[in-house]
Design a protein around this ligand. Sequence first.
Ligand code: URA
Length: 209
Amino acid sequence: MSEVHVIEHPLIQHKLTHIRDKSTGSKMFRELVEEVSTLLAYEVTRDLPLCDVEVETPVTKTESQVIAGKKLGIVPILRAGLGMVDGILKLIPAAKVGHVGLYRDPDTLEPVEYYCKMPADIENRELLVVDPMLATGGSAEAGIQFVKDRGGKNIKFVCLIAAPEGVERLQEAHPDVDIYTPAIDEKLNDHAYIVPGLGDAGDRLYGTK
Ligand code: URA
């Protein structure tokens, strides 16, 4: 069974409260999502392996450490996942970015793929699949499956808010994929929105309705 990492850092929780607030406009919402994504990337990359190197400071030669050649990839689930990419790239600028395009069928609420483009060497990368809202888990389950179908192996899922229903579904479907989230909210409502949540993440990021 995969692990669920609830990231309770005070800065993340503070910013998430403003993200939730319905009076926060799109510009601020986008900026806050980017900032929280940067902070989440810091937590998610905690276990990256290090190796020793020699470095010469202005004073002397010394042994120090760098990340051990691990290549990373970021895979936003379109469209709301795009809002998290720049924040993560701030910390990991060499990461490659793949895209999975899914929309939720309004009648069945199930995901339908309309776009998928991955980095060529996807099987050698540690992959962060990102989507702000883990609601029913349908998009995350399908998005991660598309990534696996194209060779992705080492995958983490990163979101801003999760519903218990989505966590359960994702853990069942992909027991090898750890989940990183600052919040697990109460439930889903009848329209599959997270309660209390933040509303529609895509609409709030891009000012649509
Ligand atoms: N997608 C959203 O943007 N918000 C939700 O609450 C659920 C799914």
